[in-house]
Design a protein around this ligand. Structure first.
Ligand SMILES: Cc1ncc(COP(=O)(O)O)c(C=O)c1O
Length: 436
């Protein structure tokens, strides 16, 4: 099937209608192949989810074995493989996690987390951050900071009880004017406390936040910020829900982003990398205290395809693979960072930031530091989209950030040192072609 057929018949996701994109027919490790036989280094992990790489034999074997036993068990009944996967997840989970509530996608994992929080808290308000992404369903798009995803969905139904706070990052579009990371941590945490206090702490059920921003730009929090967030949440009885849909399963060099921050969340949502994207599977991890309260509340929520046996089998295979890949990410992340830093030689390349195998590159106007093109307020051709196209024509897939003045780099965790270098070299030539 050619691109034209897809354009004519498909309704692609994430607004790429009418854009010519390759038809992927094959994949191996960090490489995918299109219908014309062109190979691409996949520095998107598709949608940040093929963490273990394409065509991983160990994961395929787990799926095959499970298919030979039983392919589906009601999510209301017990399944041996689901129990085993839940136990393994809890072994690698951060903090004092006690139970798992399975779902299917990242959006509905976040929906479930919000619903669980509202079931057991007095208040209904959920705080989330500007410059965030939490999903495309009504509630999760409403909690998303990115206006491109949120505004069209909110036209149909605005999420009730959703309040946004400012995220703690520097670089282009920074919401705080701080002169040191410690100052930024303090100002951003004070702001969060101010919002909670003035909203009325009793009405705030939870704070939903990514630990490292995902598609919003891979920005990390300054040291100390999440310690303060944990203290503030405890002080005002606000549940801390971390969205690890992208950062989970080794993406940022630890099992979860919360591990790197030494953070013990109350609820943690996961999806994407949980099975390496071999089967859709997502869920919510709950701390001991939350588990106890949820069990007492007995909320009637559930989904047919939550935690399918095939998904759980794929997840068990993926966790084995991550045991080996996560130390490699830690080892190779400095190399990827150094390679990407070379891009800063081009004057429109601003801040390059991220953690592990998740990086964002900002494109700014050198004299002002403002976005070189800001799709939130400008119409017309975005040169940053042109960089992504140029890279693809040269055999490298990279993603667009939210907002689209950023390019996102997120290779599968199995990418080799040589592949990382080759990919960045291709990106550099794409940037030079567009901006040179
Ligand atoms: C941080 C984050 N949360 C939630 C989601 C929603 O996941 P899904 O697309 O599986 O619904 C995404 C998707 O990209 C995400 O990046």
């Amino acid at each position: 099937m050619h691109d034209a057929d897809i354009d004519a018949r498909g309704l692609p996701h994430f607004g790429h209608i009418g854009e010519t994109r390759p038809t992927i027919v094959d994949g191996d490790g960090a490489v995918v192949v299109d219908a014309d036989g062109n190979e691409y280094l996949d520095f998107t992990s598709q949608l940040y989810c093929v963490n273990a790489g394409h065509s991983n034999e160990a994961i395929l074997d787990h799926i095959g074995d499970q298919l030979g036993r039983v392919q589906y068990v009601s999510s209301a009944d017990h399944s041996d493989v689901r129990t085993r996967f839940a136990e393994r997840l809890l072994e690698v989970a951060p903090g004092q996690m006690e139970s798992v509530f399975f779902s299917v996608t990242g959006s509905d994992a976040n929906e479930a987390a919000i619903q669980l929080a509202r079931e057991i808290q007095d208040g209904d308000t959920v705080l989330s951050r500007w410059r965030s992404y939490h999903g495309s369903t009504y509630a999760t798009a409403g909690l998303t900071g990115d206006p491109a995803m949120r505004v069209p969905v909110e036209r149909g139904a605005a999420t009730t009880g959703a309040v946004k706070v400012l995220p703690p990052f520097d670089g282009c579009d920074a919401p705080f004017d701080a002169d040191s990371p410690a100052g930024l941590a303090e100002r951003a945490a004070d702001h969060l406390e101010y919002v909670i206090l003035n909203h009325g702490p009793d009405d705030v059920a939870a704070l939903l936040t990514e630990v490292v921003a995902g598609s919003s730009g891979a920005f990390t929090a300054p040291p100390g910020y999440f310690d303060r967030v944990r203290e503030i949440c405890d002080r005002y009885d606000v549940l801390l829900v971390v969205d690890e849909v992208i950062t989970g399963f080794g993406r940022c060099g630890d099992w979860f982003g919360a591990d790197t921050e030494g953070l013990a969340p109350d609820l943690l949502t996961f999806a994407k990398g949980a099975t390496g994207a071999y089967v859709p599977l997502a869920g919510v991890l709950a701390s001991e205290a939350v588990t106890e309260r949820v069990r007492a509340a007995e909320p009637a929520i559930g989904q047919t395809f939550a935690g399918t046996p095939i998904g759980c089998a794929a997840g068990l295979g993926a966790l084995d693979v991550y045991e080996e890949l996560i130390p490699r990410v830690r080892e190779l992340a400095p190399h990827l960072r150094d390679e990407l830093s070379r891009l800063e030689r081009v004057d429109v390349v601003g801040n390059v930031h991220g953690r592990g195998f998740l990086w964002g590159i900002e494109f700014v106007d050198p004299p002002t530091g403002d976005p070189v093109f800001d799709p939130r307020v400008e119409e017309g051709d975005n040169p940053v989209t042109e960089v992504i196209r140029e890279a693809r024509d040269r055999g490298l897939m990279v993603g667009s950030g939210r907002p689209g003045f950023q390019v996102m780099v997120a290779p599968p965790l199995c990418a080799t040192e040589a592949e990382l270098s080759a990919g960045v070299e291709t990106l550099e030539s794409a940037v030079e072609t567009v901006f040179g």
